[in-house]
Design a protein around this ligand. Structure first.
Ligand code: CTP
Length: 262
């Protein structure tokens, strides 16, 4: 009946670093607050896997293609799932935030690493939430030495190849209704369709159970503490989550996940 916090990672008593430090007082305090919130323990005994952040695809030892995802929404989902009693694994791609308390954090850099860790963690998962922003493309080749400017000032040609779609693969690998699988979509409306029409098409294409849709038309959502979204269910449900803290959106997503668990 007690929450066990994982040791924090960092410098240890000798010259070595690793997992083994007392968690930061802030992390202990946040964990205590969450317990005091008295959330229903409707995820007790469940394993929830969340991906967070944005992947990086390296061109050479110093340069990469990346994106603006901060990992805040993924970390809020992890915190919310812990508060509801789940065992939580976060696969974090380049997230610069403190580890959420009570969560097993696995760090990755590239989309391929994220893919491998998601498949490994999903094996015994009850819910998988793909909140990360994997790079859709990577450079066709990695150059071992730093790319130098050409003497004639010509810009290099960088050929890209498409990355695998992890969400699609996780859905395809599922042999029963478990785990419940959630995708995220950052959409803008255009001449062809509205945000929701694009999102509905994406939900069908990806085959997941839920899609959390962010309207990013006006540069909203990135790196902020609040968020608003529409939650689309494969079963046709549409829930509008009003603008509020990312932790509130996280709980709304988990409410929908819990409803879809056996
Ligand atoms: N996703 C994934 N693997 C990828 C790209 C995306 O698992 N290589 C997941 C994201 O984590 C997210 C969902 O797919 O949960 C939707 O991501 P998005 O980039 O919007 O989807 P795309 O299929 O790339 O669609 P678009 O053409 O609109 O970029």
């Amino acid at each position: 009946g007690c929450l066990v916090l994982e040791p924090a990672v960092g410098r240890l008593t000798g010259v070595d670093t690793g997992k083994g430090r007392l968690p930061d007082p802030e992390a202990i305090y946040q964990a205590a607050l969450q317990l005091l919130e008295g959330r229903p323990q409707d995820l007790a005994g469940k394993h929830v896997v969340v991906s967070a952040g944005g992947t990086r695809e390296f061109l050479d030892p110093v340069r990469y293609l990346g994106n603006r995802s901060s990992g805040r929404q993924g970390y809020a989902l992890a915190e919310a799932a812990v508060a509801r009693g789940a065992r939580v694994t976060v696969v974090a791609a380049n997230v610069g935030l403190p580890d959420p308390a009570g969560v097993d954090v696995v760090r990755v850099v590239s989309t391929e690493e994220l893919r491998q860790q998601m498949h490994a963690s999903a094996i015994d998962a009850d819910a998988v939430i793909m909140a990360a922003a994997p790079a859709d493309f990577r450079p066709a080749e990695f150059v071992d030495a730093k790319i130098k400017k050409a003497a004639d000032g010509a810009a290099p040609d960088i050929r890209l190849v498409e990355n695998p779609d992890i969400l699609l693969e996780l859905v395809a690998a599922r042999t029963s209704k478990r785990p419940v699988i959630v995708g995220f979509a950052a959409e803008t409306g255009d001449a062809h369709a509205t945000v929701i029409e694009h999102a509905r098409a994406k939900l069908t294409r990806k085959g997941c159970d839920l899609l959390v849709v962010n309207d990013v038309s006006a540069g909203k959502a990135f790196g902020r503490d609040d968020n608003e979204a529409v939650l689309l269910g494969a079963d046709g449900t549409v829930d509008e989550i009003p603008l509020g803290p990312k932790i509130d959106l996280a709980h709304a997503v988990l409410d929908a996940v819990v409803q879809r668990m056996d």
